[in-house]
Design a binder for this molecule. Sequence first.
Ligand code: ZN
Length: 237
Amino acid sequence: MEQNKDINQFDIPLAKRTYLKNSNSILFKKLLIFSPFLLLIFSMATLRLIKNLDAGPLRNLILQVDANYDQRVLGHLPYDEINKEKLVLIEPNIEVHIDMRDSLLKMREEAKKDGIYLVFLSGYRSINLQKDIFYTLKSRRNQEAAERARVSAPPGYSEHSTGFAIDIGDATQRETDFETQFENTQAFKWLIKNAAKFHFKLSFHKDNKYIDYEPWHWRYEGSIDALKIFERSNRKL
Ligand SMILES: [Zn+2]
C-alpha cells in the first residue's frame, strides 16, 4: 500500500506534464489559426472606438496629424493659382474657370425660370488680391490671423484662386450679400435644392471648426480637374 502510494505520487506528475504539454500545443495551434481573425476584430474595435470618440486627446492628436498631413493653414487648404489661359470673363469683374462657365450660367438661367434671381459677387481672385484682402483688412480691423482666417483665406489658400469658386447673392436682397442672413433668401433655398444638378457644392458648412459658415460661397465639382483640386477638402477623417 505504502509502495503503491509512492508509485502514484511518481506517476501523477508525469501524467500531468504530458497532459499539460498536449494542452499547450493544441491551444497554441488554435491561437495560430485564429490569430488573423483576432487581429482583425481587435483592429476593427480600435477603429470604431477612435471614430466614436467625440473629443479627447487621441482624437485631437489624429486631427493634428491629419492637419499637418494635408498642409492646412488656419483650417484652409493650399490651392495653386489657375493658369490664366483657362480664365473667362462672364460679366464685368467676374472671371471663372472656363470648365465651369456653362454650368454656372445654366444654373442662373434655370433659377430665373423659377423666379429666383442669382447674382454673382466674386469669382476668380488672384493670390495677390487675396493677399491684400487678407492682410489689409486684417490690419484695418485689428484682427489676429486665426480670427481673420475664420472669414477669409490666407493668400495661396483660397478656393477662389482656382477659378472654381463663386460667391452668389440674391438680386432681390442685396443687403444679404456676404452675410450669414443670405441663408434666409429664396436664392439660397433654391441653391440648396438645385445646385448639385449643376455640380455646385457649398464649401464652408456650419460644422467647420476653423472657418465661419459661408452660405454664399459655392465651388464647382463638375470636372475631373476640379474634383482633383478639391479631393482633400472632400476627404473627412
Ligand atoms: Zn467665396
